[in-house]
Design a protein around this ligand. Structure first.
Ligand code: PHE
Ligand code: ZN
Length: 879
């Protein structure tokens, strides 16, 4: 039985160290698709201070045990016991060598955890607890050991045999079998083990580290994808150089492997020197991948590479500490992308992502601190909270300590803990000690869930020229945690005159004024900051660069927002002001719509957009971000009770209104950027395409858009422009959409990644009819319910990115989705659990929808043998 199924909650406070050191693990795989035989030899020594004999506890799941010996003696059933996922040898001596032999069945493994089949090759996924599906072992991250792995297989079927570390030998026998041996000198936890066996093609390059080590970089893909690896390879080389320059961290082995698979539950996996990637984050060619895909590849390639230090060399003591490696590594990949592309645009994308994915999580039935206190199924805790909020909290250390102080802390962290499995407290201690500061209160960010709300009010006294900002922080109770404490918030700000000039800032208590952004610290429930010599009532520019992951409330007038949009020096504040103005306008019209009052377009919004469109100085990518209206789900989050149709109608109305008022400017901007030059990969070219395609999406609300989109599609030499055109035609209900989709299908039907896009475009078409399209598409030959990318593209896109489809008033979207969750649960519980989360916020909807969603949740909950993964989420949602 799977851990957790019996409702076994695991608590952080129950952590105890493993009593044994495991000094080495020798693995031998006799590889076959249907059956693989695994022989393991492991050396146990009892830790100091513990008396022998002592029991050895191992984890295993779905293993056929062939034999087990202890110090050469064959164990019989009376020598050990197996209960659920654990095997216990009660009285093992101080030094114990354990040998096991098990049989596993990779071709039947549809959960994509452990050893499984993808296309024609075999591969593994072990994080978090997949190693136990391969062999008996203490499958917990604080047991670190060196591995020697010998892979033996039929040479014709499995010419490539890979595992972690350095090549340590190979040979073949006359009967067509061969073997390859790998040695990994760095002790690692079992979740970082990997093997790959099959017929794969190779792209190779090199990197010479700063200290002169020549590293062979090898990307393995299926033969037909050899021409799509350039960008991944370039990203890897950039990441290796960047980590040396920014963090002085070098690579530590002679080989770095990346293997791309179409069958993967997540984005990618940082197995020591043998990264396994969802092919979505490796393969790209201008005609198959969008600019967003290119950026995603750069980010994920960087992310997995950066794990080599933050995650692998120093790993987690237990899974509650997951954010120790993930938050830190996301922060590192964000910084990498910011240094490679536009820092400002990257920052905005990160903020949008946090608000649209993490805030709802913090406000829903699965809320948890970045370091959770309990879980039933650890796979449910690879969340936006652990990753994205975790990274936001690492960013606050950086903001508080500065780049130099932060790097000092990182250096001490590695000096103290290289080769160890540690906790978030150890990281905080290294940061504090290296800088001689007390970060005690800051540590609350690790234990408190929920998004803090900061209410800001201001007061200007013309006579004394004093300006006071009052900040109040409050974190609403969350699902699992009622009492909240005030948190440490870095508060970066500026003040502008009405004309947009920066006012020098001087606090009452200070001797001098400083021009530009000031960093203040907020740590009490309520705090006042009074500035002197303020010549006029200023426009506050708050939480510049989004200096803390909070919800910021300030009652801006539209005049003030206009000033920020037009003049603020901080890109995040400019963007946020535009978003606020659009949000206000849409929500206002949504209320009108609900009362049957005719909607109107706010003139200050038109004026602000006119300004944005006339700004020829700013980075086009920033202007594009500013003009993308807040997403429907984000708008829904701002309402007491979500008005699904009202939001859609109001947002559409505002978009069309802006397009009608500003057609000339949108057309000019579009025409200027449509330069007819061949595709380029540069950041400048990507920025141009993003603004051009935002303009196109507005123009599609007018009569001129359709022919522009048709022409763009015709002329396009890259996937970004192609998708923007087709998506636009679909959204505007153009008759050209159907032909465009049909032609796209003919051209790309054999291409898995491109067909994912084809599914998404259709799944997100607004309206209650889309469920029927989606249902039909499930029979398409390119769709497979067994493949996570396909499920995410069709089922996931429909339920999470199509509010008017999923929330259709008759409940058809809900019923369809619940059926898919149930179907998936029998195949791949991890993916089923991701999907079922679409129902998490059911209580925020109107009565009718609540009843419908609750019934579907109950239907799912009542399924026999429901996985721990899905039941944890459903039970929380229903509670
Ligand atoms: N550790 C992986 C990453 O952060 C994510 C992952 C988790 C992949 C679990 C597979 C399984 O990149
Ligand atoms: Zn990671």
């Amino acid at each position: 039985m799977k851990e957790g199924i019996a409702g076994k909650v695991i608590y952080r406070k129950d952590y105890t160290a493993y009593p044994w050191d495991v000094s080495h693990l020798d693995l031998h795989f006799d590889i076959g698709m249907k059956t693989t035989v695994v022989r393991a030899q492991m050396e146990f020594q009892l830790k100091a201070g513990i008396n022998a004999p002592h029991r050895i506890v191992l984890n295993g799941s779905d293993l056929e045990l062939i034999s087990i010996t202890l110090n050469g003696r064959v164990l019989t059933h009376s020598d050990y016991s197996v209960e659920g996922e654990t095997l216990i040898i009660p009285d093992a001596p101080q030094n114990s060598v354990l040998k096991t032999e098990v049989r596993i069945h990779p071709a039947n493994n549809s959960a994509l955890e452990g050893l499984y089949l993808s296309g024609e090759f075999l591969l593994t996924q072990c994080e978090a607890q997949g190693f136990r599906k391969i062999t008996w072992f203490p499958d917990r991250p604080d047991v670190m050991t060196t591995y020697r792995v010998t892979l033996e297989a039929d040479k014709a079927g499995f010419p490539v045999l890979l595992s972690n570390g350095n090549l340590a030998g190979a040979g073949e026998s006359p009967d067509g079998r061969h073997w390859v041996r790998w040695d990994d000198p760095f002790p690692k936890p079992s979740y970082l083990f990997a093997l790959v066996a099959g017929d794969l093609a190779l792209v190779e390059d090199h990197f010479t580290t700063r200290s002169g080590r020549d590293v062979s970089l090898r990307i393995y893909v299926e033969e037909e994808n050899l021409d799509r690896c350039d960008h991944a390879m370039q990203s890897l080389i950039n990441a290796m150089r960047w980590d040396e320059e920014r963090f002085t961290l070098e690579y530590d082995l002679d080989i770095y492997h990346i293997v791309a698979t179409n069958d993967f539950n997540m984005g990618a996996m940082e197995n020591k020197s043998l990264n396994i990637f969802n092919s979505k984050y490796v393969l790209a060619r201008p005609d198959t991948a969008t600019d967003a895909d290119y950026q995603g590849i750069e980010g994920v390639i960087g992310h997995e590479y950066f794990h080599n230090w933050t995650g692998n060399r120093v790993t987690c003591q237990d899974w509650f500490q997951l954010t120790l490696k993930e938050g830190l590594t996301v922060f590192r990949d964000e910084e990498f992308s910011a240094d490679m592309q536009s820092r400002a645009v990257k920052r905005i994308k990160v903020v949008r992502d946090l608000r649209s994915r993490q805030f709802p999580e913090d406000d829903g039935p699965m809320s948890h601190p970045i370091r959770p206190d309990q879980y039933l199924e650890i796979n449910n805790f690879y969340t936006a909270t652990v990753y994205q909020k975790g990274a936001a909290i690492i960013r606050m250390y950086h903001t508080l300590l500065g780049e130099r102080g932060f790097q000092k802390g990182i250096k001490l962290y590695f000096e103290r803990h290289d080769g160890e499995a540690v906790s978030c407290d150890d990281f905080l201690a290294a940061m504090a000690d290296a800088n001689g500061v007390d970060l005690g209160r800051f540590g609350r960010w690790y234990s408190q869930s929920g998004t803090p709300q900061v209410h800001v009010t201001d007061q200007y006294d013309a006579a004394s020229q004093k300006y006071t900002l009052t900040l109040k922080q409050h974190t609403p109770a969350t699902h699992e945690q009622k009492d909240k404490q005030p948190l440490v918030l870095p508060f970066a700000l500026g003040l502008l005159t009405a004309e947009g000039r920066e006012i020098p800032l001087q606090l009452e208590t200070e001797a001098e004024a400083v021009t530009g952004t000031r960093l203040l610290i907020m740590e009490e429930t309520q705090q006042e900051f009074t500035f002197i010599d303020v010549p006029e009532a200023p426009v506050p520019s708050l939480f510049r660069d989004y200096s803390a992951p909070v919800k910021i409330y300030f009652d801006y007038s539209s005049q003030q927002l206009a000033t920020l949009i037009a003049y603020d020096s901080d890109a995040y504040v400019r963007w946020d002001a535009a978003q606020r103005m659009a949000e206000n306008a849409i929500l206002e019209q949504c209320r009108q719509h609900a009362q049957g009052i005719e909607m109107v377009v706010d003139s200050s919004l038109v004026k602000a957009f006119r300004g944005i469109l006339s700004d020829h100085q700013a980075d086009p990518a920033l202007l594009a971000e500013a003009m993308m209206l807040p997403a429907e789900d984000y708008l829904a989050d701002q309402m007491e009770v979500v008005d699904v149709d009202g939001i859609y109608a109001a947002r559409k109305f505002i978009k069309k209104g802006l397009a009608d008022e500003l057609t000339v400017l949108f057309s000019e901007c579009y025409a200027r950027l449509k330069d007819g030059r061949p595709y380029q990969k540069s950041a400048t070219a990507m920025a141009g395409r993003s603004l051009k395609n935002v303009c196109l999406s507005y123009l599609l609300e007018t009569d001129t858009g359709e022919s522009l989109a048709g022409a763009q599609l015709e002329a396009s030499d890259n996937m970004t422009d192609t998708l923007a055109a087709i998506q636009g035609l679909i959204m505007s209900d153009s008759l050209l959409a159907e032909t465009a989709l049909a032609e796209f299908e003919v051209k790309w039907k054999a291409d898995a990644l491109v067909m994912d896009k084809w599914f998404v475009m259709q799944a997100v078409k607004p309206g209650s009819n889309t469920v029927n399209t989606v249902r039909k598409l499930m029979d398409h030959s390119a769709f497979s319910i067994q493949n996570p990318n396909k499920v995410r593209s069709l089922v996931g896109a429909f339920s999470m990115l199509n509010p008017t489809g999923f929330h259709a008033a008759d409940g058809s979207g809900y019923a369809f989705h619940a059926d898919r969750v149930i179907e998936l649960d029998g195949l791949n519980p991890q993916i089923a659990a991701r999907m079922v989360a679409a129902f998490n916020r059911w209580k925020r909807y109107d009565e009718d929808r609540k009843v419908l969603m609750k019934a579907e949740l109950q239907r799912i909950a009542s399924v026999k043998n429901l996985s721990g993964d899905v039941s944890e989420i459903v039970n929380n949602a229903l509670r």
